[in-house]
Design a protein around this ligand. Structure first.
Ligand code: SF4
Length: 104
């Protein structure tokens, strides 16, 4: 499981750069650089937004990933030790990206 740091402060699951969702999905299968990826688990934080019943940030998280051209992608699972998700002004998933992506 990767240590995940997330810069998408506008996400309902984000707590101080850590994710409360428990696991995430990174898209997309045609990405050839980090700008072609996104965190599909992103949910815009809104007043009274639902957050994970766990509601506590996870330092290590399971990542399913569709970005098959990434060197850390092993059978649609991320095997990187550390993953950075970016998107400080994101209001939707498309405005986020996996900054750890590295093409094979
Ligand atoms: S580092 Fe690569 S395999 Fe891991 S989540 Fe990012 S794009 Fe997917």
């Amino acid at each position: 499981m990767a240590e995940l740091k997330c810069g998408a402060g506008g996400c309902a699951y984000n707590r101080d750069t850590y994710c409360c969702k428990g696991d995430i999905m990174v898209g997309s299968n045609c990405a050839c650089d980090s700008s072609g990826t996104c965190c599909e688990s992103f949910r815009e934080r809104k007043e009274g937004s639902y957050t994970s019943s766990l509601d506590h940030p996870s330092f290590h998280i399971s990542i399913d990933c569709e970005a098959v051209r990434c060197m850390y992608n092993s059978d649609y699972k991320c095997v990187a030790d550390h993953v950075d998700i970016r998107g400080c002004n994101a209001k939707d998933a498309k405005a986020t990206e996996c900054h750890t992506f590295k093409e094979k």
